[in-house]
Design a protein. Structure first.
Length: 111
């Protein structure tokens, strides 16, 4: 595998479960050491604070975040989470960058 990711890590409680003794990070760390996966990462959709906690607490390689102008994200991914990841040398991937259907009245989903 190229990347194994923790999906949708959106609360500090999620981070604590992943990072704690006996948590899932221990298993993924072993898989990386055994060369079963090259990289370990996570995705975060709604909390810059949570993304930063994952970056700061864990030995991970990548961060996949929702980055768009929609309301619903707590904190600022662009000004907080991305610089934290860059400081540690993580690969940063973004999703949901363009979401015009929610903001442009004449754009409709084709059915």
């Amino acid at each position: 595998m190229d990347i194994l990711q923790f999906h949708s890590v959106d609360t500090l409680e999620d981070v604590a479960k992943i990072a704690g003794k006996g948590g899932a990070m221990e298993a993924l760390r072993k898989l990386r050491e055994q060369k079963a996966t090259r990289l370990v990462g996570f995705s975060c959709h709604s909390s810059a604070e949570t993304a930063m906690a994952m970056v700061e607490r864990l030995d991970i390689d990548t961060m996949l975040i929702a980055l768009n102008h929609q309301k619903g994200t707590q904190g600022d991914m662009e000004k907080a989470a991305i610089p934290a990841a860059a400081k540690k040398g993580l690969g940063v991937m973004v999703i949901k960058v363009i979401r015009p259907r929610e903001t442009v009245a004449d754009v409709r989903r084709k059915t």
